[in-house]
Write a new protein. Structure first.
Length: 656
């Protein structure tokens, strides 16, 4: 009967490997990692009986043929952990092997017999035989070690404890483990996958704007050159991703007027999401904004300022889009032959035609949609915010993202899908790099705690990367409408310290909070008209945003999602949590007053072992916002006035 490591049949009958992490849907989809970091793998590895086992993590880049291996460590009863480096962008394949360590098993039995007072002569002979057998296969220092150990153990054969001590020396155990045959080697029968993205996929600070609203001269449409003038301001606030709402020509047919009015006036610009007119479609630029050369210059200038341009990828067309005439079969037809516009009852979008992914020309449509991305990638864009992906076929996204990232593994896709939880999760599994979330609607202590626990401990952390946008052109939550400046600061502090990636929509820094009555829609929404702003008008919070973003970048604990610990307070208006490094050497405590209208105070308890402080110990914290210092312990008094500062961000600087 021969060993079959690939299938694990027969010779692997003693082993069981299960509960591997990270694994998404039994390996159907890949987990997500970051190039330059490691992928940590955990698993339950079991063997019948009491024999000692070893395990090895095997991995390779998908373009390589040979696996590399690294030993896994036993971290608990039948629990094992290992990690491998994600040195490059792209796809990695990994699996796990396990086998019985015959020499370590002999040591275990030897010790049991000594402890039981049994005779051990035959066990010594057995151990010596195991060592002697491997001497011919060893070389150099390993062979010398085996010979010396063989002689020493033989000399101590009449002294059981000394013989056991010599046989158990770590160097000898490791050499024996490496040289002895793996008689019952079992390999997990599936190859599992991890995709390594670049760092901006995990940690980034986003700023969204409409190019046409960047002119400070009322009556003039903003251009790419105006955006360039704002780059210094955006950089000073600490943003590194600049997301532009659609920049394409806007349809004229059924163009929307102010506040989504069904009829537009002669000077109304329409919604940028109604893409396409006689000037072109998704690979064209609205002439009012500038030329493709102007766009290229903006991309290059932004890069010099450490800012990356992200574009909106909206798969829909205005009635004037060239595709309507060139490919009429790509659209939905009514019985009377007319093309059906988009609807989400009671809302109607007469200015938008959705695409029919069930067209008989599906392959041609797919390729055209891929070509749009390739065009903008050719102009230096590597981040795309995808509009409403949940209204398009799942398999399309799986195909498209794979097609693009196979050639351009540095491309990032952000899913804008505010929809059912399982659909949002499915899109992330299918390949979307990041996802919008329910953060905007999570405002109470319980809601925020439960949601963060779901994102970080339910398994979602292996494939779903959240991007906590505080507001969007579509969403102005009630807390911002009614909470004023304290609410804006409070929600920004939450987003920036809870999630490694977060964003704001321009105007947030100016405390813009006028809404259409009874809705989350902005009054006089920028989606339908041009705004002219004084970006330095009194009351702005640009300095506060800059301070928070500086804190994020200077403290690596904010660049991870799963290192969060929630702490108890006796006041439900105080949310208290820590961001803590794995070795506990770096720890920051955050307290946020969730009530923008009133002072809130109470007691907060910190488990000292969670932050690397000895029992009954004390520690000093520095408030990174105000620079005040406090002496803290297990129980601490907290008071936050939202009119002064709605949050503490406290770095532990001394433990005693």
């Amino acid at each position: 009967m021969k060993r079959n490591a690939k299938s694990g049949s027969f010779q692997g009958q003693h082993m069981l490997i299960e509960n591997i992490s990270p694994v998404i849907e039994a390996g159907l989809f890949h987990a997500k990692g970051i190039a330059g970091k490691t992928c940590v793998v955990e698993a339950d590895i079991l063997r019948d009986g009491q024999d000692v086992i070893r395990a090895e993590l095997k991995w390779r880049k998908d373009t390589e043929l040979d696996y590399k291996g690294f030993p896994m460590v036993n971290i608990g009863p039948d629990q094992w952990r290992g990690e491998f480096p994600l040195t490059k962008l792209g796809l990695y394949v990994f699996t796990i092997e396990s086998w019985t360590d015959l020499y370590a098993t002999w040591i275990l039995d030897f010790k049991k017999r000594i402890d039981a007072g049994r005779k051990i002569q035959s066990e010594v002979v057995e151990g010596l035989g195991k060592i002697e057998t491997l001497i011919p296969s060893a070389t150099g220092a390993d062979q010398d070690l085996l010979i010396r150990s063989l002689h020493a153990i033989h000399q101590a054969k009449d002294n059981p404890k000394e013989a056991l001590s010599l046989a158990s020396e770590e160097s000898l155990v490791n050499v024996m483990a490496a040289l002895q045959p793996k008689e019952d080697l079992y390999r997990y029968p599936k190859e599992l996958k991890v995709w390594a993205d670049r760092s901006v996929a995990e940690f980034g600070t986003w700023y969204e704007l409409f190019v046409r609203s960047q002119s400070t001269e009322k009556g003039r449409v903003g251009t790419f050159k105006d955006v360039e003038k704002r780059l210094d301001d955006i950089k000073k606030m600490g943003f590194d991703v600049l997301y532009l709402a659609p920049i394409h020509p806007i349809g004229k047919t059924a163009r929307k007027g102010p506040n989504n009015a069904l009829r537009d006036g002669p000077n109304d610009p329409g919604s940028p999401w109604a893409i396409g007119n006689e000037s072109g479609g998704h690979t064209a630029i609205d002439p009012a904004l500038g030329t493709i050369e102007d766009f290229d210059h903006l991309v290059a200038t932004a890069a010099k300022n450490g800012i990356e341009i992200a574009l909106d990828y909206a798969i829909q067309c205005s009635p004037d889009h060239p595709w309507v005439k060139e490919h009429p079969d790509w659209f939905y037809r009514r019985l009377d032959g007319s093309i059906r516009y988009a609807e989400n009852p009671p809302k109607k979008y007469e200015d938008i035609y959705p695409l029919n992914f069930d067209t008989e020309s599906r392959e041609e449509l797919y390729q055209a949609l891929k070509d749009i991305l390739l065009y903008w990638i050719g102009h230096g864009v590597k981040i795309f915010r995808v509009d409403n992906p949940h209204t398009k076929p799942f398999r399309f996204w799986q195909w498209l993202i794979n097609e693009i990232q196979t050639t351009y593994p540095d491309v990032v896709f952000l899913s804008e899908a505010f929809t059912r939880p399982k659909v949002m999760k499915a899109l992330a599994k299918l390949g979307f790099t990041q996802s919008y979330t329910y953060f905007t609607w999570r405002n109470s202590k319980w809601e925020l705690t439960e949601y963060m626990n779901e994102l970080t401990t339910s398994g979602m952390q292996h494939y779903f990367r959240p991007n906590f946008f505080v507001n969007t052109p579509d969403i102005l939550h009630e807390v911002l409408q009614r909470g004023g400046r304290p609410a804006f600061k409070m929600r920004l502090a939450l987003a920036a310290t809870l999630s490694p990636s977060y964003g704001i929509y321009s105007g947030f820094e100016l405390i813009e909070n006028a809404a259409r009555q009874g809705t989350e829609e902005y009054l006089n929404s920028e989606k339908y008209e041009i705004k002219w702003r004084d970006w330095n008008q009194p009351g702005h919070i640009k300095d506060y945003i800059a301070k928070i973003n500086q804190i994020r970048k200077e403290n690596p604990v904010f660049q991870s999602l799963t290192n969060i610990r929630f702490f108890h307070t006796d006041n439900d208006n105080l949310l208290f949590y820590g961001k803590i490094s794995p070795d506990k050497s770096d720890a920051i405590l955050v307290v946020v007053n969730l009530d923008p209208h009133h002072i809130q105070a109470g007691l907060g308890w910190v488990p000292l072992e969670d932050i690397g402080v000895r029992p009954q110990g004390r520690y000093q914290v520095l408030d990174l916002i105000t620079r005040a210092r406090y002496d803290w312990g297990h129980q601490n008094f907290i008071r936050l006035d939202p009119l002064v500062e709605p949050a503490h961000i406290l770095r532990i600087e001394g433990r005693y």
